[in-house]
Write a protein that binds this ligand. Structure first.
Ligand code: FAD
Length: 464
């Protein structure tokens, strides 16, 4: 018999439950990917992530050829395109790995209903996290709303093993495929200049290098944006170039080494944050529109104007903010510490709705992950699950002093500041003059805006 494996956010051959089961149950497998035509329908993606996707698909196609396969690409509505492929090929079953995002889930529901009415087998597998949301619940069976007890439970659970490599796929030769996509498919402009290399092999290399060189110092280095101290695998997990089971298994091997174990434990906790936010999105899908914490629903935000434009362009006059945004635009990535500073600045210094920042990040980030991005933004805005309390407002100047004391990160991304003494990057200009001729003055006064935020939040709390 013939089966289809529908690739989605699992663009790899190794440790792929859906592909493994398809190859196990059918003699021949059609590996397929369906390009969506989202252009103009929403504002949550952009060239950086789509460029990475294009390369990941090209690489997947090559990898599939090493196991007797070939990627069959189609575009349009996923369910209709899959059913057409079934009719053309005579396939009797569809296999896929589940996508936890709301749109992914609703597509699966439509597919399952369509398969049922046609008597087609349809098999979905959990893949995207080590533990599905329903596996990590409180003793009374409720979802966790706070990270620490969630992570204790999560850490104590036995971790699933990676799946074996699939046997040969034997994809038929006569099934037509569209060509591999480029950004033109979505009518997108050029991507940033420094997007990481995509593909399963590149992802394994990144993880291998990080485990070898970075995890021993991960705990101390992960917060310093001028150091390459983190793994840089977020986009690989986002597109499934590597599976969370494989990441965990490889990291856990290092737990045996005393010199590495502290760093590895900290790293594993970060994987738990990823799964915590996915669980929050699963149990509380309304977070995509509303504040997780009901106390903060209906907060007043300023109309986005010039300061929002300056924030998006990296010319706020706050060097750490501008460096972060410029890193994001050039690489599709921003260091986690800087993401927090930049997000808190937008919501607490510029009083702009976190949803606008969330959208901008989704347009720019190669690792744009709906659950983690929403979690990160609501954390920074003070409205989310286990969020920073509203009155703990980070000061961008003192954050610079603490995490970029020599201004190395800032100077890398804001070249017009390369000759400015580090001290001047950590405080507003005392004489009220720009610190470099082509660099703007700070667009707001942090102290005054902090007071304004405190009063907005206090007033809202009293009135609700
Ligand atoms: P490492 O430090 O090496 O961590 C390993 C992995 O753990 C990461 O690849 C990621 O999958 C996970 N992880 C680490 N920190 C977090 C975290 N705080 N929350 C959830 N998962 C985490 N991460 C995304 O993957 N996609 C996003 O769209 C995203 N948006 C964010 C928005 C904001 C405002 C903030 C504050 C954080 C956001 N993060 C997001 C989390 C974090 O910044 C990135 O996961 C991290 O910077 C990726 O770099 P790395 O792979 O080197 O991380």
């Amino acid at each position: 018999p013939l089966a289809i494996h529908w690739f989605r956010r699992d663009l790899r051959i190794l440790d792929n439950p859906g592909l493994y089961h398809a190859a196990k149950s059918a003699e021949r497998v059609i590996p397929s990917y369906l390009l969506s035509n989202w252009t103009g329908q929403h504002h949550w993606t952009g060239p950086n992530r789509q460029k990475f996707l294009c390369e990941a698909l090209a690489s997947l196609d090559k990898n599939l050829q090493t196991v007797g396969g070939r990627l069959i690409l189609r575009s349009g509505d996923a369910v209709e395109a899959l059913l057409e492929l079934v009719d053309e090929s005579g396939a009797r079953a569809i296999f896929y790995n589940e996508d936890p995002d709301p749109y992914g889930k609703s597509t699966e529901e439509r597919l399952k209903a369509a398969c049922e009415s046609r008597g087609l087998a349809c098999h979905g597998y959990h893949d995207v996290t080590l533990h599905a949301p329903h596996e990590v619940l409180t003793q009374s069976g409720d979802p966790y709303r706070v990270f620490t007890p969630y992570s204790k439970n999560w850490l104590g659970l036995e971790k699933p093993e990676p799946f074996p490599k699939p046997r040969s796929l034997g994809t038929p030769d006569d099934i037509p495929s569209d060509g591999l996509p480029t950004l033109a498919h979505w009518k997108l402009p050029e991507a940033g200049e420094e997007i990481l290399e995509a593909g399963e092999k590149a992802a394994h290399n990144r993880l291998g290098r990080a485990l070898e060189e970075r995890l021993a110092h991960y705990k101390d280095h992960r917060d310093i944006p001028s150091i390459s101290g983190t793994t840089r695998i977020s986009q690989d997990l986002r597109f499934g170039l590597i599976s969370p089971r494989t990441v965990y298994a490889k990291a856990a091997e290092l737990l045996e080494k005393p010199s590495e174990s502290e760093g590895v434990q900290t790293f594993i906790k970060e994987l738990a944050w990823r799964e915590f936010y996915m669980a929050i999105l699963h149990h509380y899908p309304e977070v995509l529109e509303k504040e997780f914490n009901r106390d903060w629903r209906g907060l007043p935000w300023d109309e986005p104007g010039e300061t929002f434009a300056a924030w998006k362009e990296g010319r706020t006059g706050f060097p750490i903010i501008d460096a972060g945004i410029r890193e994001l635009r050039a690489t599709g990535f921003m260091h986690n510490r800087v993401r927090m500073i930049v997000a808190m600045f937008l919501t607490k210094d510029l009083h702009i709705d976190w949803r606008l920042g969330e959208q901008f990040f989704m347009q720019q980030l190669t690792d744009g992950e709906i659950a983690s991005n929403n979690g990160g933004w609501q954390w920074s805005a003070g409205t989310g699950a286990d969020a920073a309390p509203y009155f703990r407002i980070q000061n961008p100047w003192s954050q610079t002093k603490r995490y970029d004391p020599k201004g190395e990160y800032i100077k890398r991304w804001v070249p017009e500041l390369k000759d400015v003494p580090a001290k001047q990057l950590m405080e507003p200009p005392a004489d009220g003059k720009p610190i470099a001729s082509d660099y703007p003055l700070p667009c707001v006064d942090h102290k005054a805006e902090r007071e304004r935020t405190l009063s907005i939040f206090k007033k809202h709390k009293q009135s609700s």
